[in-house]
Design a binder for this molecule. Structure first.
Ligand SMILES: NC(=O)c1ccc[n+]([C@@H]2O[C@H](COP(=O)([O-])OP(=O)(O)OC[C@H]3O[C@@H](n4cnc5c(N)ncnc54)[C@H](O)[C@@H]3O)[C@@H](O)[C@H]2O)c1
Length: 267
């Protein structure tokens, strides 16, 4: 069957996934590999050992919290597999808690990894992609970027910025051959959920809000969305409903979020 206009084939594509040393990124790497892609896995730690179990794959040590780190990653990935077809900015940090208790370092690193890394990668991919008239930019934001993260100022703010950047990319470059997909899960069973930001509050709120999915379930949903060139991936369908509630009546939605906060924080 001929692919339709809106069908992206992952087989044979050169892909790069950040934060692929564990969790959602490692599951994405496995799912892309199973779909036939060549995968470069990048992380501060662990990418090499995940890649060792996948053929057609390379694991690289990379720090995406600086522009130079992104430039070095893109160069190493191009050297390994040639021009990059799809880049997945998935690395993320869940640092900091509420505003009065969050250090400036936690704010800075949250912006660096959760937001600036996305635009640094895009900045150094776009010239090549626009010349080719083709490229696929994916990012992992979060349902926290569409709704809010109770118990973390930096996570709420930076994940909203990540969604905004992905929307901006789609609007600005969508007519020039650039596809964009933005993953916005709620709870996923990874080290971040179980030991991350304000661990107890974060985990409690996510568990109170809905089901916790396995990373492999999320990765499968991403592959389907990419094949269909869909912008949002919402592996928890209730997130679309919460977005509607927020849009329909923001004051009522904020009241509901405060009630949820009282439940999870016990105050
Ligand atoms: N787990 C959840 O419930 C959940 C929900 C919504 C969104 N997310 C998002 O999914 C993405 C993946 O998170 P996860 O749940 O797999 O967590 P995780 O902590 O298991 O994995 C995140 C990975 O990112 C890497 N990373 C962090 N800073 C980096 C840097 N400077 N350079 C390179 N790599 C770096 C870490 O080393 C780690 O391996 C993140 O963006 C996270 O915010 C997670």
């Amino acid at each position: 069957m001929m692919p339709t206009m809106h069908q992206m084939e992952l087989a044979g594509r050169n892909t790069v996934i950040t934060g692929a040393g564990r969790g959602i990124g490692a599951a994405l790497a496995g799912a892309f590999h199973d779909a036939g892609a060549k995968v470069v896995l990048a992380d501060l730690h662990g990418a090499e050992s995940v890649a060792a179990n996948l053929d057609r794959s390379v694991g690289l040590k990379a720090d995406v919290s600086t522009e130079a780190g992104n430039v070095a990653l893109l160069a190493a990935a191009r050297e390994a597999n040639g021009p990059i077809d799809l880049f997945f900015a998935n690395a993320g940090v869940a640092a900091g808690t509420d505003v009065e208790d969050t250090t400036e370092d936690d704010w800075a690193n949250s912006f660096a990894v959760n937001v600036h890394a996305h635009r640094w990668a895009a900045k150094h991919l776009l010239p090549e992609w626009l010349e080719r008239g083709e490229g696929y930019f994916c990012s992992t934001a979060s349902a926290a970027g569409l709704l809010a993260q109770i118990g973390s100022g930096p996570y709420s703010v930076t994940k909203h910025a990540a969604v905004a950047f992905a929307e901006y990319m789609s609007i600005t470059y969508g007519d020039r051959g650039i596809n964009v997909t933005c993953l916005c899960p709620q709870g996923v069973n990874t080290e971040m959920l179980n030991a991350g930001v304000g661990a107890t509050t974060g985990t409690n709120v996510v568990k109170a809000a809905g089901a916790v999915l396995e990373p492999e379930d999320v990765a499968r949903a991403v592959v389907v969305a990419i094949e269909q060139e869909k912008f949002f991936v919402l592996p928890h369908p209730e997130v679309a409903h919460y977005m509607q509630l927020k849009a329909n009546d923001p004051d009522r939605w904020l009241g509901g979020m405060r009630k949820l906060q009282r439940t999870v924080k016990g105050r």
